[in-house]
Design a protein around this ligand. Structure first.
Ligand SMILES: C=CC1=C(C)c2cc3[nH]c(cc4nc(cc5[nH]c(cc1n2)c(C)c5CCC(=O)O)C(CCC(=O)O)=C4C)c(C)c3C=C
Ligand SMILES: [Fe+2]
Length: 484
């Protein structure tokens, strides 16, 4: 009874014994945060770290007692496991805690999931078509899914000129493929340093190398155990959710893959190695200012439409806020007490996206007299068009015009060694719980189940799609007025 824990969640807050309370709390299914309330809890904390990664993708472990602000922050953390299930994914096996004893007999694969990007300006429109043809990016009611491809064709053609300008400004193509392969190589080396021999594969969602290519290679290599690691720290239906759906479909249809033990790491923004690596980058950037303490830390995350969060239960916003809180806690523990803000960038189309919008927030800060700012891209771990063009060019210019005099941008993590080592740890922790992927059909808890919402979407979706397809003049109006 010496190890006492304070367990906080959105439904439950209690003091408990380190072992009994932990297991009971986990079984109750509502734990999102554990505070270790006693300094002498080394063994408990080790167990907690392991089970936090295995039982719940959002649960994190901290030491000491939360003060009031932290506590209310933690209470906001939502329970990710239910959200992951709502998009039909298998999570870690319920019983797997402990080390993985059979590594030597296995042929281990790690599959990195990423978005992909056009490698030349000619690729831009077909890449955009693939992106907009994804039902997790443009979410149509089921009855109208036959419009998905015509709409994708239309929107990709309309968007292509603007996108091409962006890719031209960063050298004519996306660096994502190159950087992801560098990360794959670094991860392989980090695993080798931990005496795990693994082949690391790359599967892009919208451009080469596509998921299918990676899966064919996995089969040829006769991999016997696979860890799936999305290169998105936070889970979103539009990113990890979409890639995992593609994987599930492929696994369901293939005799070999459907039997292959797989662990999917749903999200990992809470991992101490990632949080520390982000804090390192920010701290280093702050030191480039003559008065570091005056600079605002401006976290800029890729946005998603509000409906993803409010109607489809996307945990992305909650995870993003939790992630920022953890980075700021880490910075505070290092004596860095700068103000910070989280805003969302890269919105596309006419719907409401998560707010505040990065461009509007920058103007507002300038108007308030802020003079120094460090921009921190936070939803992605490699440089890409939205860091190199949108932040470094568009937002920088806007910030300077708005009166911000000292601008800096934290680089993305890319192959930072502390980050790659942490990813390797995540893989090692995930290995024991690999199980054959569930073939249960996904039960999406989305707005389609609400008949009124469904009817409204159906009506407006069909009017819009038919109008755009059959009245060319409307296309110009659509393009000019609706920001594509
Ligand atoms: C966590 C990261 C991302 C989320 C969430 C996300 C959602 C999302 N994106 C679009 C539309 C576009 N995204 C585009 C590029 C792009 N998106 C991400 C990441 C997230 N997207 C990355 C890393 C990239 C860049 C890839 C590269 O080539 O470097 C694009 C194309 C570029 C452009 O024209 O701006 C579009 C379009 C939507 C609609 C969406 C959520 C519904
Ligand atoms: Fe995007």
């Amino acid at each position: 009874m010496s190890d006492r824990l304070l367990l906080c969640s959105n439904r439950l807050k209690l003091f408990a014994d380190a072992t009994v309370g932990m297991d009971a709390a986990v079984k109750s299914g509502f734990i999102s945060k554990v505070w270790i309330d006693d300094a002498n809890t080394r063994s408990a904390s080790r167990r907690l770290s392991v089970f936090s990664s295995q039982k719940s993708s959002c649960m994190s472990v901290s030491f000491g007692r939360p003060h009031v602000d932290q506590q209310s922050q933690e209470m906001k953390v939502s329970y990710i496991k239910s959200a992951a299930h709502s998009v039909g994914m298998s999570t870690y096996a319920e019983t797997a805690i402990g080390s993985y004893p059979h590594a030597a007999d296995e042929k281990i694969g790690v599959l990195l999931l990423n978005l992909g990007g056009p490698e030349s300006l000619v690729d831009v429109q077909p890449f955009l078509f693939n992106l907009f043809a994804d039902p997790d990016i443009i979410r149509l009611p089921r009855l109208f899914q036959f419009l998905q491809k015509p709409l994708a064709q239309l929107i990709s053609v309309l968007r292509a000129a603007k996108s091409r300008e962006g890719y031209a400004a960063i050298g004519g193509g996306s660096p994502l493929r190159r950087i992801t392969y560098e990360q794959a190589h670094a991860l392989k080396c980090a695993l080798e340093a931990k005496e795990i021999s693994a082949i690391v594969y790359v599967a892009m969602r919208y451009w080469y190398p596509f998921t299918d290519e990676a899966l064919q290679q996995i089969k040829r290599d006769k991999i016997t155990r696979l860890v799936v690691l999305p290169l998105y720290p936070q889970f979103s239906i539009s990113t990890t959710g979409s890639s995992v759906r593609v994987l599930q479909n492929a696994f369901r249809e293939d005799a070999y893959l459907s039997q292959l033990p797989v662990s999917i790491i749903q999200s990992w923004y809470w991992r101490p190695g990632y949080i520390k690596s982000m804090a390192d980058l920010i701290q280093k950037e702050l030191e480039s200012f003559s008065k570091p303490e005056e600079a605002i830390i401006f976290f800029s995350a890729h946005g998603v439409p509000v409906s993803y969060v409010e109607e489809a239960g996307d945990p992305y916003k909650d995870q993003m806020e939790d992630c920022i809180a953890l980075i700021m806690l880490e910075l505070k523990s290092r004596g860095v007490f700068n103000d910070h803000i989280l805003a969302y960038q890269s919105r596309v189309g006419p719907v409401q996206w998560l707010k505040p919008y990065t461009d509007e927030a920058l103007v507002e800060l300038g108007q308030k007299g802020v003079k120094s700012l460090v921009a921190v891209p936070v939803s992605f771990v490699s440089e890409h068009i939205e860091t190199l063009e949108e932040i470094d060019m568009e937002y920088r210019e806007l910030a300077i015009e708005s009166g911000i005099e000292n601008w800096a941008r934290a680089p993305t993590l890319n192959c930072t060694s502390s980050f790659i080592i942490d990813l390797a740890d995540a893989v090692v922790e995930a290995l024991p719980s690999a199980t054959a992927m569930s073939t249960a059909s996904s039960k999406s808890k989305d707005a389609d189940q609400d008949p009124i919402n469904y009817f409204i979407k159906m009506l407006f979706g069909s009017i819009l799609a038919f109008a755009l397809l059959f009245f060319p003049k409307l296309i110009t109006a659509f393009k000019n007025r609706l920001l594509i």
